[in-house]
Write a protein that binds this ligand. Structure first.
Ligand code: MN
Ligand code: MN
Length: 468
């Protein structure tokens, strides 16, 4: 063996996932990406994602967990929490005390939420006040077409589902931005201060009602339109949940169509691949669980976020319905012996901003699924640092199944950082590691992922469900 050959054998380098794929796999990858784009277009809010996940689950023969008294190996069940959070399970051959195999993603994404009293008129235009949700760069949300999605409850207890701006014939909405000709002061500001939170107001109308009696003629017109379309009054906004999201559809990016560009890929790329992988599982050894949560982008808080006890309650219900008894020791063992892939996205090295990444420990688009031993900021603050034993176990499973994976931190030390649901899953006393898809332009209205990485994430979740 030459020195060069020996060196190649000893050293580590991540692999290009496309180069490792057979032509059959390449075809599966392309089909998966097409199906994924449809999923993205149909699910732009957490509620819509839960609705699609439920529809897909029913097609795959899943039944509602609350309708089942007992569970046996091969049973497929799901449970929905407040329309924003869903858990699916395929019951395994082994006893629950051996632990479950869990893949968990989040289905909320950064966006502009309407305030509770949003509608106002200014300069004979009607606008909606917004309060942004999650970590956004505000300037990215001006001067792009927006769609409105959400629910409104009327005083007659009617639920109105709103979705305007997605069909080609629909109008869209927009946050206007200052013309460069008059932006001398704005352009001198720091990027973070260039657009203020209170300036993220959405233009929704400009034709007034012809009336002598009413001053706010445009607002009056918009209220009349809303009342005709949905039967709602201004006070109904107080209880409403309306989200403004980018109105464009998921697209292929690049002449070679190697990437998917779309809104909300953090973390619906992992939600989609997690769902697809559990649908591939029939009678696993350990019970397979797919968890889709809300509120990750604002700290996993609230009753539909990862900090809610809902997840523990469902693991308890599954254990009791499989074992046929309520036994706290068995429940505790089931939880402690479980393992979870926190399926969330990571940062891909951006050729335009290479200097914020440390090249030996960053992920590259096209180099497969990212395994992130820890996340967090500064001195790993807020990280769930997976143990050597668990990382080793997962890597063995991925390698045995020819998953192309890479290790990746979010960026250089002290450059910033971030967290996922992993730390809250770790709090339950189970093994957990972040494992997902590298993304370019994360949290922007148009995020980019490589098709090969989407496929490898899916393949890694299937391998985990089957082999652990
Ligand atoms: Mn995420
Ligand atoms: Mn995020």
């Amino acid at each position: 063996m030459t020195d060069k050959q020996l060196y190649e054998k000893l050293k580590y380098s991540s692999k290009n996932a496309y180069e490792e794929m057979s032509s059959e796999e390449y075809k599966i990858m392309l089909d998966l990406a097409e199906d994924y784009k449809k999923f993205l277009d149909a699910g732009k809010t957490e509620r819509e994602c839960v609705a699609i996940a439920e529809k897909m689950a029913i097609e795959q023969g899943f039944e509602r967990l609350e309708n089942k008294e007992k569970l046996k190996p091969g049973d497929k069940v799901y449970s929905i929490n407040r329309d924003k959070n869903i858990i699916l399970a395929v019951i395994g051959e082994e006893a629950p005390e051996n632990g479950f195999n869990i893949v968990g993603a989040h289905i909320d994404s950064p966006r502009l939420d309407l305030k509770q009293n949003p509608l106002y008129e200014s300069n004979e235009m009607a606008l909606f006040k917004t309060h942004y949700y999650g970590g956004i760069k505000k300037y990215q949300w001006t001067a792009i077409p927006l769609a409105l999605h959400g629910v409104v409850y009327t005083r007659n207890n009617e639920k109105v589902e709103v979705c305007i701006g997605e069909k080609d014939s629909d109008p869209v909405f927009c946050v206007t931005d200052l013309l460069p000709h008059l932006a001398k002061d704005q352009m001198a500001k720091k990027l973070s201060d260039g657009i203020e939170g209170e300036a993220l107001n959405i233009l929704i109308g400009g034709i007034g009602v012809k009336s002598e009696d009413v001053q706010e003629k445009v607002k009056f017109k918009i209220l009349s339109i809303l009342n005709t379309m949905y039967g709602i009054k201004e006070e109904d906004f107080f209880s409403a949940e309306l989200e403004a999201v980018p109105a464009f559809k998921a697209r292929n990016v690049g002449l070679d169509e190697s990437f998917v560009g779309a809104y909300g890929q953090d973390d619906r790329v992992c939600a989609y691949t997690s769902l697809k992988s559990i649908f591939d599982i029939d009678k696993p050894k350990k019970t397979a669980v797919c968890l889709l949560v809300d509120k990750e982008e604002i700290g996993s808080t609230g009753n539909t976020g990862m900090l809610s006890r809902y997840f523990e309650m469902i693991l308890t219900e599954l254990t009791c319905k499989i074992t046929g008894e309520y036994n706290v020791l068995k429940i505790n063992k089931a939880v402690s012996n479980s393992a979870c892939l926190s399926s969330d996205v990571g940062a891909a090295v951006d050729p335009n901003y290479e200097n914020v990444y440390e090249k030996n420990n960053s992920a590259y688009a096209g180099h497969g699924m990212i395994l992130m031993k820890y996340t967090g900021s500064r001195g790993k603050s807020g990280a769930s640092d997976a143990s050597a034993e668990f990382v080793h176990e997962m890597i063995s499973i991925f390698d045995n199944n020819n998953v192309v994976w890479q290790a990746g931190e979010l960026g250089k030390v002290d450059q910033g950082g971030g967290g996922t649901i992993a730390m809250y899953i770790g709090n339950l006393n189970m093994n957990v590691i972040d494992c997902g898809v590298p993304v370019l332009s994360m949290h922007s209205p148009f995020e980019i992922t490589a098709k090969s990485d989407i496929y490898m994430a899916y393949k890694s979740y299937v391998a985990f469900y089957n082999d652990r």
